[in-house]
Design a protein around this ligand. Structure first.
Ligand SMILES: Nc1ncnc2c1ncn2[C@@H]1O[C@H](COP(=O)(O)OP(=O)(O)OP(=O)(O)O)[C@@H](O)[C@H]1O
Ligand SMILES: [Mg+2]
Length: 413
């Protein structure tokens, strides 16, 4: 998959390591092909100093022991021998503030702490060659959409949110992927009229097999440019999936996409907490009924109890009637009051448009560019985008790129 590098010519990434686990991870993360090649040199870094010039490396990844002084001497020599401006990424099992200072002095492009995640390695490589360009990758944004009740429009809202991010992100060179975690009967692929290609049975007992190449095969692409991970429906099978599979999938997806939109099932699975804790923005989708608002309040309580207040759930009320003089049911104000502090916004009822979109496999904004659903949702979704852009500019200006962010793992704990 080359969401990030489609315009570049093949680059040679050279990994110097004797660590079998790291080598396997790199093989899964960097598929040798037209766009890039991975060369593995199974030696300690002290043994490659004299051959550095001949490696033809566009990126050097060095696995070293940052607690050993001699290793820094090797690193310094490699840095001197390597062609000018070859980015060097250092990987170590531990590093101290003193080691970090030396890396900065030596102008190392990035350093990662073991155990390294696929997403860290891929991002470090991409950013090391783009460090001085506008294209440097920012941390992926995970947006989770969770139903407060069934049938309230979670999939509709998640897909349109992804479409908004996709349209907005394309101008900035950012890619968006939808992950349908309703493994049993998801409808993302159906709504977009694309073939669901995520074959879980192939990997459910060996999540480590899921690598870049396999993910490539299992991705579906919508005409709007959105990428979608969605499994074929299994209506008659009750299956559970190991948390390791879901974490592996999201780690990989976060390596290759900037925005990840997740359509969560209503059932709380053993992996739900991990996904929710790892998300940057968590939206509960409810409709404008007393039971649905009550469900969302209970869900907020449960999430805050399990994950803490930092999970910051927000409720989107779908098919919301904005009137305050509704004789037959809830008024807009009742809903806002009931959800005080958690209300993200309301989405208007527009059945004709939504039905037309699903029947034609299109996004709402592709059917009608200025529709009221997309407009209301844009206000909610793009609220933080300006801050994100300022943050990304600050990160690019910050010299060292990502200090072993291990994003998904760290956040999900
Ligand atoms: N804003 C809206 N206006 C009108 N109709 C809507 C709106 N949002 C969703 N719908 C309709 O509501 C129905 C349910 O939508 P959707 O499948 O997105 O819900 P869901 O919460 O994902 O359902 P499930 O619980 O089956 O996963 C669909 O018929 C859809 O067209
Ligand atoms: Mg759904």
């Amino acid at each position: 998959m080359s969401e990030k590098n489609s315009s570049e010519k093949a680059r040679n990434i050279v990994l110097v390591s004797t660590d079998g686990e790291l080598i396997n991870l790199a093989r899964g993360a960097i598929a040798s092909g037209d766009k890039e090649t991975l060369t593995i040199i199974q030696k300690p870094i002290g043994e490659v100093i004299s051959s550095v010039r001949d490696m033809d490396a566009q990126i050097l990844v060095l696995d070293m022991d940052a607690s050993v002084v001699a290793e820094f001497e090797h690193l310094q020599k490699i840095k001197r021998m390597a062609p000018k401006n070859t980015p060097i990424i250092v990987i170590s099992h531990a590093f101290s503030p003193a080691a970090a200072r030396i890396f900065i002095q030596l102008k190392v492009a990035d350093f990662l702490v073991k155990p390294v995640q696929t997403s860290d390695l891929v991002r470090a490589c991409n950013n090391s060659v783009k460090a001085n360009t506008e294209e440097a990758q920012v941390d992926p944004q995970f947006l989770c959409f969770m139903p407060a009740s069934g049938g309230v429009g979670t999939t509709t809202v998640a897909l349109e949110a992804a479409s908004i991010l996709n349209t907005h992100g394309q101008k900035l060179g950012r890619s968006t992927c939808v992950v349908d975690l309703n493994f049993q009967h998801g409808s993302c692929a159906e709504y977009l009229d694309i073939e669901p290609r995520f074959d879980i049975s192939e990997i459910e007992n060996a999540p480590e097999r899921l690598d870049r190449q396999l993910l490539d095969v299992m991705l579906s692409k919508h005409q709007s440019g959105l990428s979608v991970i969605s499994a074929p429906n299994q209506p008659s099978e009750m299956r559970t999936f190991k948390p390791a599979l879901v974490v592996r999938l999201l780690d990989l997806v976060s390596a290759y996409f900037d925005n990840v939109v997740i359509d969560l099932p209503r059932i709380w699975f053993p992996w739900t907490q991990t996904v929710v804790a790892g998300s940057d923005r968590l939206f509960l989708v409810a409709d404008m009924t007393v039971p649905s608002i009550r469900h969302s309040k209970r869900l907020i309580e449960a999430i805050e109890e399990k994950i803490g207040k930092q999970s910051a759930p927000q409720v989107i009320v779908n098919r919301m009637d904005m009137r305050n003089n509704n004789p037959a049911g809830l008024n807009a104000k009742d809903v806002e009051d009931a959800l005080e502090g958690y209300f993200a916004g309301g989405i208007p009822n527009n059945y004709g448009l939504v039905r037309s979109a699903v029947d034609r496999g299109m996004t709402l904004q592709a059917i009608e560019s200025n529709n009221n659903v997309t407009e209301a949702l844009s206000g909610i979704i793009l609220e933080n985008e300006e801050q994100n852009e300022i943050r990304s500019i600050n990160e690019k200006a910050g010299g060292l790129l990502s200090i072993g962010k291990q994003l998904f793992k760290r956040k999900a704990g």
